[in-house]
Design a protein around this ligand. Structure first.
Ligand SMILES: [Zn+2]
Length: 272
């Protein structure tokens, strides 16, 4: 599943190709994504110039002046760039065609992705309204995390993955950040001290930044927008490493089920 670093890598790859350029048209081959792609989308975007390409959580936001094209990659989506005329394959549900012949193509086999249009202020869209602070912004710090965890008996990993507490941190990077901070994924969120919240907020940021620099992970079929697979996966500290030695202390990494998700931690380096 594309996580925040993959989405940010995609954003950075697409930004120079889209911003300041005019959209010729959009091609919708299959409207049946998580929500239906608006029927009028091609006419809404045709002739518009992309003013900025932003990201909120795992949503990409192409500001077109009168409104915003909102794209989410869902479980299996990826965006890549092809030249005008390149034949679409199965699952290539959507193209954004720029006036210079650049085509941004969405391939999404499981169709949990989204392609939507929001007139006016993008952040007023119902999917974006309740999202918490961006983990890479100054808004997300120890104080914010401490406030978000008070009164919560849920495991800290669940809170990190709750987009109301912090935007766009998924299973992989929550696990990795908790290792870096020395905190067990099952620790009760509401019992973390101010100091541990501050350390964890710092490690969330650090984990995401390292992954973005590495180009995002290359789990499953993810390929970054220039077609190159990311190479963060080989650097995972705990994620998907059950039974392998901890990179810090050598203790075998534990793999457990937490809620519906796989969780990995070092029983020696991480404390409840
Ligand atoms: Zn360890």
């Amino acid at each position: 599943m594309p996580e925040l670093p993959e989405v940010e890598t995609t954003r950075r790859g697409l930004e120079p190709l889209l911003v300041g350029r005019r959209i010729r048209t959009a091609v919708v081959r299959d409207r049946r994504l998580r929500l239906p792609v608006p029927r009028r989308l091609p006419e809404l975007v045709a002739g518009k110039t992309v003013r900025a390409l932003a990201r909120r959580g795992k949503y990409l936001l192409a500001d077109c002046g009168t409104g915003t094209l909102i794209v989410h990659l869902g479980m299996s989506g990826r965006l890549w760039v092809v030249r005008d005329g390149a034949a679409p394959a199965a699952h290539d549900h959507f193209d954004l065609v720029m006036d210079d012949g650049t085509v941004v193509r969405l391939r999404d086999p499981r169709r949990f992705g989204l392609v939507l249009w929001q007139a006016g202020e993008a952040l007023s869209h119902r999917l974006l309204k309740g999202i918490g602070p961006e983990p890479l912004s100054a808004e997300f710090d120890g104080a914010a995390l401490h406030a978000a965890t008070r009164g919560r008996s849920a495991p800290i990993k669940h809170v990190l993955m709750d987009s109301r507490a912090v935007a766009g941190v998924g299973n992989i990077y929550a696990s990795e950040a908790l290792f870096r901070a020395g905190i067990r994924p099952g620790a009760a969120a509401g019992r973390l001290t101010r100091a541990r919240c501050a350390l964890l907020a710092e490690k969330v940021r650090e984990t995401l930044e390292v992954a973005i620099v590495a180009g995002g992970s290359s789990l499953r079929d993810y390929v970054s927008s220039d077609g190159l697979a990311g190479n963060y996966q080989s650097q995972f500290l705990v994620y998907d490493r059950a039974g392998e030695p901890c990179r810090r202390c050598g203790t075998p990494i534990k793999g457990i089920r937490q809620g519906q998700r796989s969780t990995y931690y070092c029983p020696k380096c991480q404390k409840a």
